[in-house]
Design a protein around this ligand. Structure first.
Ligand SMILES: NC(=O)c1ccc[n+]([C@@H]2O[C@H](COP(=O)([O-])OP(=O)(O)OC[C@H]3O[C@@H](n4cnc5c(N)ncnc54)[C@H](OP(=O)(O)O)[C@@H]3O)[C@@H](O)[C@H]2O)c1
Length: 264
C-alpha cells in the first residue's frame, strides 16, 4: 500500500496526531513502501481532544458505485480494504451500524482492543424494530455488550429478549442522529466509526452529522441492481467535503474525505 495524499507524512494535518499507543498495534507489517500499520493509524487518526462525537463513516464500493453484491459488501473488498477496516476499528471508541447491515452481514463484536484501551469498541446498532437475533453473533461472539439503540414502539418482548442476551438496550424518543450521537457522547464515546449501511448513512448526511467519509473504491464493475452507499430522504442538501488522504494498493483506492472548512 502506498500513499498518494498527503504526499509525505510530514504534511499530515496537525489535527491528526500519531495514535496514542502505536506499539499496541502488534500486527505492524511494513510493506514494500514502508506504510506499516503505525503509519496507517497515523494517517487515519481522529482529531485530538474531542469533546463531542466525531463521525467517521467507512464504506467500500465498486468502481461503478455498487454498495453491495448479492446483498453483502464482502465481495467488494480486497486485502487493502480489510486492512484499513481493521485499523479504523482499532482507532474507534464505538462502531455504529444500522440493523440492516448487522442482519445482512451477520455482525459479531469487534475483536481487537481500541488503541490505548483494554477492550474492543462496542457495536452500537440503530434499530426501530429491535428485530435482531438474540442468539446471533452480535450477542454470542463479543467481549463487550452491544449497545442497542431502539424505540419504545419496538415490541417489548423483543427488547426484553435482547436484554436477556446481554445487550445494553437503550430506548430513545427518536432514532435521529442528534439523539443517537448524544447517547454515545453521554457514554464518552466520541470517536465514532459508522460502518453503514446506506439508510443510516443517508440519515447522517441529511442531518449534516458526517465529519469524515473513508471510501474504498475497488477495481470492479458490479452492474446489477445494487444501491448506492447512501439512501436518505429526498431533497437533502449536498455537503461539501475535502480530500484529506488517498492510498493505493493493487488497483484499490482508499480515499479519506473530511468536512470542508466553512468559507470565510
Ligand atoms: N459497501 C459497504 O461498505 C456497506 C456497508 C454497510 C452495509 N452495506 C450493505 O447495505 C445493505 C443494507 O442496507 P440498509 O440500508 O438496510 O442498511 P442499514 O442502514 O444498516 O439498515 C437499515 C435499518 O437500520 C435501522 N435504521 C438505520 N438508520 C435508521 C434511522 N435513521 N432511523 C431508524 N432506523 C434506522 C432500521 O432498522 P429496523 O428495520 O430494525 O427498524 C432500518 O431498517 C446490505 O446489503 C449491506 O451489505 C454495504
Amino acid at each position: 500500500m502506498h500513499r498518494l495524499l498527503p504526499t509525505s507524512p510530514g504534511t499530515l494535518d496537525a489535527a491528526t496526531p500519531a495514535p496514542p499507543d502505536d506499539t499496541a498495534l502488534g500486527d505492524t507489517r511494513p510493506d514494500d513502501t514502508g506504510l506499516d500499520d503505525t503509519a496507517l493509524a497515523a494517517h487515519y487518526a481522529y482529531p485530538d481532544g474531542l469533546t463531542a462525537p466525531y463521525v467517521r463513516v467507512n464504506f467500500v464500493t465498486s468502481a461503478d458505485g455498487a454498495a453491495s453484491m448479492e446483498g453483502r459488501s464482502g465481495g467488494l473488498g480486497s486485502a487493502a480494504d480489510r486492512r484499513v477496516f481493521g485499523i479504523l476499528r482499532r482507532l474507534a471508541d464505538v462502531v455504529l451500524a444500522g440493523a440492516g447491515t448487522v442482519r445482512s452481514e451477520n455482525y459479531g463484536g469487534a475483536r481487537k482492543p481500541t488503541l490505548g484501551r483494554d477492550t474492543p469498541p462496542p457495536i452500537a446498532v440503530v434499530t426501530g424494530s429491535a428485530d435482531l437475533d438474540p442468539a446471533g453473533r452480535l450477542f454470542t461472539e463479543t467481549v463487550v455488550p452491544p449497545i442497542i439503540l431502539t424505540l419504545g414502539t419496538a415490541p417489548a418482548q423483543r427488547r426484553d429478549a435482547l436484554v436477556a442476551a446481554g445487550g445494553d438496550v437503550v430506548v430513545l424518543e427518536r432514532l435521529t442522529p442528534d439523539l443517537v450521537l448524544a447517547e454515545l457522547a453521554r457514554r464518552g464515546l466520541h470517536q465514532v466509526l459508522c460502518e453503514g449501511g446506506p439508510m443510516l448513512f443517508g440519515s447522517l448526511v441529511a442531518a449534516d452529522a458526517v465529519d469524515e467519509l473513508c471510501l474504498t473504491i475497488s477495481p470492479l464493475l458490479a452492474g446489477g441492481t445494487a444501491g448506492r452507499i447512501a439512501s436518505g430522504p429526498p431533497g437533502t442538501e449536498p455537503r461539501a467535503m475535502e480530500l484529506a488522504g488517498a492510498l493505493h494498493e493493487a488497483g484499490t483506492v482508499l480515499l479519506r474525505y473530511r468536512r470542508a472548512a466553512p468559507i470565510g
